[in-house]
Write a protein of this length. Structure first.
Length: 740
């Protein structure tokens, strides 16, 4: 572990009181806090070694250690983010078992956990299956603004989080936690330069604002830019797919009294990216568009957390958050230019669509969507302290109330051959009110029981200028029952049953022949899971293993059909499949072979299949998907890595990850290839500065992250064809990091 990282972990542990929660240490690193944990384990002999780092799952109600959570959780800490040189959340996605993403945007915005999640959202009523939260600010469905700079950790919770997060976490949750303010001054800066005209500038500052130490601050800012790996031959430009990304975070921590802590968070992100990622010939990186697209998101988030533990029997926590986002996504839908199409020969038709001859092609199509979203939420939690435990002191309790208001306005328009093809202005609002509670009981004999329940009421309103009006409301519930058994000091076994839910909704702007698909029902998911979390070799080797079975009821499926008479137009809708089942396994492992050598890895196995689902294609033929695998649900995901540090300061990291093939869509049988990506980073780390050489996708693997199967070439009679968007090719660079 580098000097700067060791110092940072020491500050984090200084604010943590493990004896209060009765937590066991996680053997993720042999460093810094065994001595601090000793009071919680008086029966163990006092260690003469350096204390061990404790990794907490901050997305949990009580901030439990990861090996004590009765659920499948992956935590990626600051040291691993630093070792792998991750700049954006996209850079670490491959390290998480049974996790995938849909590459229809410039940065990952839509995620799938265990095969469950959205692949796109082209029209107006957001309804996420995977929660995405940054410092308690809910950005579900808006995950592209996720810089890794100055992060404490990333947490991925698999399976329904119905008790804690409700309707937005049917499949699971992604939680990003940035570093907190420190009691000592810390400052740093970072510069990266690389291929594809990459340039990244970042810096942070942290410390006390007053001599008493009662008010602390932290500020971090990063600007990242690169050309985007595309050469537009028609425009003679290499930046039509560029990334221009600004991220800013600030935190204030006020110790308002002996029993009250106030944390204020402000974040701002301005991602002004291009979007020119598709080609007609699937070459991947040489485009021909005359109207390159845009993928921009400007988000401002504010969070206020107040924790008060001055009551006799309980602690009160208030979480207030606001998120405001303006997003803009548009693209050149014909993927070429007027000169290109005029050089091709197309059939001509009369008014009844009879072929009457041939002529130069005329095809020019653009699509553009702008939206504004505002989300306000308030949560109150009352949790028992040591004196407030019930049932003879064996049971901790927690009750809470949650309210959320989401408003989103969208303006969608598209143009075909110079004429307005579609315009839609819409207004959407949703109000959620939830009551939740949880009991955590020590049953004796090293048995622990956790029971949680959440009742949620959702009301929504939708209006658009096409005449659609919807105002559905529904009551939903979710929760969990989990039983943990500490088999020994080093082995924790658990079983968990969880019920998750996702609200129903509606489909706007459907033609009359789709009138029966105007609305769709809520989806429920039952997750059955057993797991074993273990430590071996005196804590130098640890594993987390989970087996799961997921039963989805009234599964919501995103479907699309290309209009055979107007091929540039797609009919998009969501409907309910009868059911589907997902089952599989996950493994996370860490091995500290020596003080200087660390190996780590993950492995995911997944089978996700429709039970009973069929639909009609654009020609009216019935397509039966019963028994077929779900989209973006590869059978295998894997990752391996190794970090080596010399006492003299030299450092090296090598890591690789990959996926087996998977279906790109639920509306066709387009399939990806399996792939693996190799990354490396090496350098020298001194006390106050570090320098690294790095490379991503070193073998220049050509891998697909999103695919479509439809007709987009009029000179070929609009025949269906597979089109693929590829991930980033090889990239190399250098990074200089300074810490004071």
């Amino acid at each position: 572990m580098s000097t700067q990282s060791r110092t940072r972990n020491t500050h984090l542990l200084a604010r943590f009181e493990p004896a209060r929660f009765g937590l066991a240490p996680l053997t993720v690193a042999i460093t810094a806090a065994m001595a601090a944990l000793a009071p919680a384990y008086a029966s163990e002999p006092e260690s003469t070694e350096e204390p061990m780092e404790v990794m907490l799952v901050t997305a949990d109600f009580r901030g439990l250690a990861v090996e004590k959570i009765p659920s499948s959780v992956t935590v990626i800490d600051a040291q691993k983010i630093e070792d792998e040189g991750a700049q954006h959340f996209e850079d670490i996605l491959g390290t998480v078992a049974n996790f995938n993403w849909s590459g229809g945007t410039s940065r990952p915005r839509y995620f799938q956990i265990r095969g469950v999640g959205e692949q796109e959202d082209y029209k107006g009523a957001p309804n996420s299956s995977v929660g995405y939260i940054i410092d308690d600010i809910d950005l579900s469905g808006l995950g592209m603004v996720s810089s890794m700079y100055d992060l404490q950790q990333v947490e991925v919770l698999r399976g329904p989080q119905g008790t804690r997060y409700g309707a937005n976490a049917l499949a699971g949750l992604i939680y990003l936690k940035s570093n907190d303010p420190t009691e000592q001054f810390e400052h740093g800066g970072q510069l990266s330069l690389g291929s594809d005209n990459l340039r990244t500038f970042a810096g942070f500052s942290s410390g006390p604002m007053v001599d008493s130490g009662e008010l602390l601050y932290r500020v971090a800012v990063e600007h990242h830019g690169q050309d985007g790996f595309r050469d537009n031959a028609f425009l003679g430009r290499s930046d039509t797919n560029e990334r221009d990304e600004l991220s800013f975070r600030s935190k204030l921590r006020w110790y308002a009294g002996d029993n009250t802590q106030v944390d204020f968070t402000l974040m701002h992100a301005d991602f002004d990216n291009g979007y020119d990622a598709w080609t007609l010939d699937n070459n991947g990186f040489d485009t021909l568009t005359d109207m390159p697209g845009i993928d921009a998101q400007r988000t401002t988030g504010v969070g206020l957390k107040i924790a008060h533990d001055g009551f006799k029997y309980a602690e009160l926590t208030s979480l207030t958050s606001f998120g405001g986002t303006a997003h803009h996504h548009g693209y050149d839908g014909d993927w070429a230019n007027p000169d290109y199409w005029a050089s091709r020969v197309c059939e001509s038709y009369d008014d009844d669509w009879n072929v009457i001859g041939a002529e130069p092609c005329e095809y020019d199509y653009t699509w553009d969507k702008r939206g504004d979203r505002a989300t306000v939420s308030q949560e109150f939690r009352l949790a028992s302290n040591d004196d407030g435990r019930i049932f003879a002191g064996s049971t901790d309790w927690l009750v809470g109330l949650y309210g959320m208001q989401l408003d989103e306005d969208n303006n969608l328009q598209s143009f075909y051959n110079g004429w307005s093809d579609e315009k839609l202005r819409s207004e959407y609002s949703a109000r959620n009110l939830a009551l939740f509670g949880q009991l955590d009981s020590d049953l004796g004999n090293a048995l622990n029981l956790s029971v949680g329940l959440r009742l949620e009421r959702r009301e929504s309103d939708y209006r658009d200028d096409a005449g659609d009006n919807f105002d559905p409301s529904e009551n939903m519930w979710g929760g969990h029952i989990a039983l943990g058994k500490q088999l020994s000091d080093n082995h924790n076994l658990y079983g968990r049953i969880a019920r998750g839910y996702k609200a129903g909704g509606f489909n706007m702007s459907l033609p009359t022949e789709f009138a029966d698909k105007k609305e769709f029902s809520a989806e429920t998911l039952y997750n059955y899971e057993v797991g074993l979390k273990s430590a071996f070799l005196d804590g130098n080797f640890d594993t987390n293993v989970a087996l799961f079975f997921m039963d989805r009821k009234d599964q919501q499926v995103s479907a699309s059909q290309q209009d055979p008479l107007k091929p540039q137009r797609f009919i998009l809708f969501t409907e309910n499949a009868g059911s589907s089942t997902n089952y599989g396994a996950e493994l996370d492992a860490n091995w500290y072979a020596t003080d200087n050598l660390h190996f780590y890895g993950s492995l995911g196995y997944l089978v996700a299949e429709y039970g009973d689902y069929s639909y009609q294609d654009k020609y009216g033929a019935l397509v039966d998907l019963s028994g077929r695998e779900l989209a973006h649900a590869p059978n295998w995901t894997w990752a391996l890595g190794a970090t080596w540090r010399m006492d003299a300061g030299f450092f090296a990291n090598v890591n690789a990850n990959g996926k087996s093939e998977f279906y790109y869509s639920d509306s066709n049988d387009s399939v990806s290839d399996d792939y693996s990506v190799l990354n490396a980073r090496a350098g020298y780390e001194a006390d106050s500065w570090s320098v690294y050489l790095w490379g991503r996708n070193l073998l220049d693997e050509r891998y697909g992250v999103r695919g479509f199967y439809f007709g987009n070439e009029p000179d070929n009679g609009w025949a269906d064809k597979q089109y693929i968007r590829f991930g980033d090719p090889r990239m190399v660079g250098v990074t200089l990091d300074i810490r004071l």
